[in-house]
Design a binder for this molecule. Structure first.
Ligand code: FE2
Length: 281
């Protein structure tokens, strides 16, 4: 497999736990994903899911909607999308938090983008023997109501033994401090995994905590990213993103890859249907 990352890039990734590559995706490729996501939301009926926000019993349905999304294309609302009466505050296109979690397998446009041979090369460059695309998300970070994502490690949600998760995060629009770009903690990926989200055996999930200490904020750096930027993220690299209170959206697409040579425990939250096994590039 041809090398994609330079030696200095590989060193930066190993040192910091993340690597920013500007200009990875051209404007037309970014546009194609933005347009396709818009089409998916066009076809999405909010009434079908909106009702699930009103009662506890229906909340459980929401959990099912999330927990069974590993092999599907599903839309999830922003927390602040609804007013007190349960009505959308703004148009549905401005109310969706994300689409997940199998865009890369269920949609041809996302499939093509996600299986770019350069990405296979990058996964090989960072030491993956058998990279497999386990999850994809389209993240809107909507203007004004785009919620913050608290500091976390992606291996918390995509755990393998040994740990192997790598995130491929693409800015489809400019991501800045104002519209909620990611923030990283250089070098902290070497401090171990703090939590793991597991199925609780009763239809829900729970967190297993290995280290209850909060993530530090000291040394945090903003990962501002012009449209087309790829940010490569180590699975144990702590990162977060701020709320978007600006009037500009911050669309991004993320694919997570795990090594097929590692064990994927059966109690991981994300499950794939039997007819859609996890595939590589
Ligand atoms: Fe993340």
């Amino acid at each position: 497999m041809a090398r994609v990352l330079s030696e200095p890039q590989r060193e930066t990734f190993a040192r910091d736990g993340f690597l920013t590559i500007e200009g990875f995706a051209d404007p037309a490729a970014c546009r194609a994903l933005i347009d396709r996501a818009r089409g998916i939301v066009d076809d999405f009926d909010p009434a079908a899911v909106r009702s699930v926000f009103s009662t506890r019993r229906q909340q459980h349905t929401t959990d099912d909607y999330f927990l069974s999304s590993g092999g599907e294309i599903r839309c999830f609302f922003e927390e602040e999308a609804f007013d007190d009466t349960g009505s959308l505050r703004q148009d549905k296109h401005l109310s969706i938090n994300k689409i997940g979690h199998a865009l890369h397998d269920r949609d041809p446009v996302f499939d093509r983008f996600s299986r770019d041979p350069r990405l296979a090369g990058i996964c090989a460059d960072v030491g993956m023997a058998d990279p497999r695309l386990i999850q994809s998300m389209y993240i809107f970070k909507q203007p004004r109501i785009g919620g913050e994502v608290v500091c976390h490690q992606d291996s918390t949600f995509l755990y393998t033994e040994p740990k192997s998760c790598v995130g491929l995060w693409f800015a489809l629009e400019d991501a800045t401090v104002e519209n909620g770009c990611m923030w990283g903690l250089p070098g902290r990926h070497r401090e171990g995994l703090r939590k793991r989200m597991v199925r609780d055996g009763r239809g829900g999930v729970r967190m297993e905590t290995f280290d209850p200490a909060p993530f530090p904020t000291e040394g945090e750096v903003p990962l501002e990213a012009p449209a087309g930027t790829l940010i490569l993220l180590h699975g144990e690299a702590p990162h977060r993103s701020g709320a978007n209170r600006s009037d500009r959206s911050r669309h991004a697409y993320a694919v997570h890859v795990i090594d097929g040579a590692c064990d994927y425990p059966a109690d991981n939250w994300l499950r794939r249907p039997a007819d859609l096994p996890v595939r590589g590039f």
